[in-house]
Write a new protein. Structure first.
Length: 347
């Protein structure tokens, strides 16, 4: 067993949480939190989880108090819909000296239920990025996010990739790079925290759409148009909530978008393929082991677009296909006839 001077904490034992723990195990000891004691015991006994062989440097725990006591750097990696309650649970044990870098690509909603979004509009005051949730619930101020292309299956296969640590603090960026970087995992730094978070959340919507086209048997030409025009809409929504275009045009934006919207290893793209092939939304979601963040995010983005009167036909169409049973063929016809702006209109 390797011995390291420090231990890094991971909150969440899903597929990406396990992937982050595996990356961290190359440079530190890892304490991985799961709510289920039986799962923690199984991981510690078998050193295996979700079909992945785990390093002996990875130890599981079901105690948030132990996790925070033994670490100074935490990586929360849980679905956006439970992110706030998770932060509320960990908050009593977080010290101001903790550095927290989340790996969740979604948005938090306050003051309204997600199921009510079809009948109510939301504005910036209703939505929060995960870093904002951390600040609201915890005493830690040094916060960042792990963004960029993160197809976990490729990472676990040891394929080379690059990601981004975004934060307002150099210390957070350097801490994240120090524990994550390896010969096959390159980590860029960015000061555009909100931009990186918004890009990471919104690209899941475009991945749904690209998957729908693929499931309908359509080729890369139309998918490429959807992705590039979808990027413009991502930027428009990002600007409406205070982000700039910078991160959208970098690894955390275009890079993550290309990976997520073209690979069947992406949950959002795979969901879209199945929907485009004729399967029902609810049946697809029930059959998938992990959360498809784009399904939740498209409801939020569609409502934001209405509130701010944004021109986002692709986001609106994807929402209507997923939730209002709009015919995919009709959506495609509308997409092809819509009077778009000039090709480059967001820089």
């Amino acid at each position: 067993m390797k011995q390291f001077k420090h231990t890094t904490g991971v909150i969440g034992a899903g597929s990406f949480g396990t992937t982050v723990a595996t990356l961290l195990s190359h440079n530190s000891n890892v304490l991985m939190f799961t709510r289920r004691k039986e799962l923690a015991d199984k991981i510690n006994t078998s050193h295996e989880h979700l079909g992945v062989s785990l390093s002996e440097n990875i130890v599981a725990t079901n105690s948030l108090e132990e996790l925070c006591e033994k670490t100074s750097l935490l990586f929360p990696v849980v679905p956006s819909e439970v992110f706030r309650t998770t932060m509320q649970a960990v908050a009593p044990f977080v010290r101001p000296s903790h550095i927290i870098i989340h790996g969740t690509k979604g948005l938090d909603i306050t003051g309204i239920k997600v199921d009510e979004l079809f009948e109510k509009e939301i504005s910036r005051r209703n939505i929060h990025t995960m870093s904002e949730v951390i600040r609201q619930e915890c005493s830690s101020l040094r916060i960042g996010c792990l963004a960029g292309p993160n197809l976990y299956k490729e990472i676990l296969e040891g394929q080379p990739t690059a990601s981004v640590i975004a934060s307002e603090y150099d210390e957070v960026i350097h801490a994240g790079q120090g524990v994550l970087a390896s010969k096959v995992f390159f980590v860029f730094g960015s000061y555009d925290l909100i931009g990186a978070e918004m890009a990471g959340a919104l690209k899941n919507i475009i991945a749904l759409g690209a998957g729908i086209l693929a499931g309908r048997g359509l080729g890369k030409n139309l998918q490429a148009m959807l992705i590039t025009r979808g990027l413009r809409e991502m930027i428009e929504i990002g600007k409406a909530v205070g982000a700039t275009h910078r991160s959208f045009l970098g690894t955390a934006g275009i890079g993550d978008l290309i990976a997520t919207a073209t690979s069947e290893k992406s949950r959002n793209y795979s969901f879209g393929i199945r929907l485009g092939s004729g399967e029902q939304k609810d049946n697809i979601l029930k059959s998938m082991d992990e959360v498809v963040e784009g399904v939740r995010t498209v409801r939020i983005a569609n409502s934001l677009s209405k509130y701010y009167h944004l021109r986002t036909p692709i986001v609106n169409l994807i929402y209507n296909v997923v939730f209002d049973h709009l015919s995919i063929d009709k959506a495609i016809q509308f997409l092809m006839r819509y009077p778009f702006l000039p090709d480059v209109d967001f820089v």
